[in-house]
Design a protein around this ligand. Structure first.
Ligand code: PXP
Length: 250
């Protein structure tokens, strides 16, 4: 049964829209845990556009379950992770112009730097995951760099389900994207990596992915925080937790 990681960056994004102190992503983490989240995920970006250093420190002190920090390969942020010592670090690409994380980390192009950062994090006892596109070559490069885990980028599947241009979804595109996820998942399991998934997953598209055997955890943010506006965060997390844990049964 896969677990649920709740990405709380989106709460900090709302706070930063007014440059004030609320809503507090640390409160959100508590509510998410009360709703059944197995993991709290946050991304400390170099530009600190949502989560800031105070949030990161307080999350480390407050979260009772697993804490997963997303970070780029930038040494300034790696140093923060080393000092903070979250349970898991997920290495992601970062680019200033993007609205959210776009493609997966290119573990082939950045293999040497990835191995160096992975070593620094592993030395602190942090579990290291790489956020990658579901391609066997990327899985192999993450494994070669010493990562313990991968997070498969499910964004292409999400876009196939809800095309960003507003067109109707095509069943063949959805099947192809699901098959790509299966290929990445199997490559990860064959390489003895722990396999997570995330990006763009929603209450409406999670079922076929959650039904795949072998995923350890799904990291989900935007749709949970969106639903929380209407039903409250604890309830929104509990609903997603059921969909992740019992796909097809709820
Ligand atoms: N996993 C990673 C690595 C991410 O960067 C994000 C987006 O912050 C997510 C999961 C969650 O994606 P979403 O907000 O679309 O659910």
């Amino acid at each position: 049964m896969a677990g649920l990681g709740v990405n709380i960056d989106h709460v900090a994004t709302i706070r930063e829209a007014r440059k004030t102190v609320e809503p507090d992503p640390v409160w959100a983490a508590v509510e998410a845990e009360l709703g059944g989240a197995d993991c709290i995920t946050f991304h400390l970006r170099k530009d600190r556009r949502h989560i800031n250093d105070r949030d990161a420190r307080m999350l480390r002190q407050t979260v009772r379950g697993k804490l997963n920090m997303e970070l780029s390969l930038d040494q300034e942020i790696v140093d923060v992770a080393v000092a903070l010592c979250p349970h898991q670090a997920t290495l992601v690409p970062e680019n200033r112009q993007e609205v959210t994380t776009e493609g997966g980390l290119d573990c082939i192009a950045h293999g040497e730097r990835l191995a160096e950062v992975t070593r620094q994090l592993l030395d602190c006892g942090i579990v290291v995951s790489a956020f990658i596109d579901p391609e066997p070559d990327q899985v192999a490069a993450a494994s070669e760099a010493g990562c313990n885990a991968i997070e498969i980028h499910t964004g292409a599947y999400a876009n196939a389900c809800t095309p960003p241009d507003g067109s109707l979804p095509h069943p063949r595109d959805i099947d192809d994207a699901l098959q790509a996820i299966v290929t990445g998942l199997e490559a990860g399991l064959d390489a003895d990596l722990v396999v997570h998934g995330g990006h763009g997953l929603t209450y409406h598209n999670i079922a076929p992915v959650a039904a795949m055997e072998g995923f350890c955890e799904f990291n989900i943010g935007h749709c949970i925080i969106s639903r929380a506006v209407f039903v409250g965060l604890r309830e929104a997390v509990a609903e997603m937790k059921d969909l992740v844990a019992y796909p097809g049964e709820v």
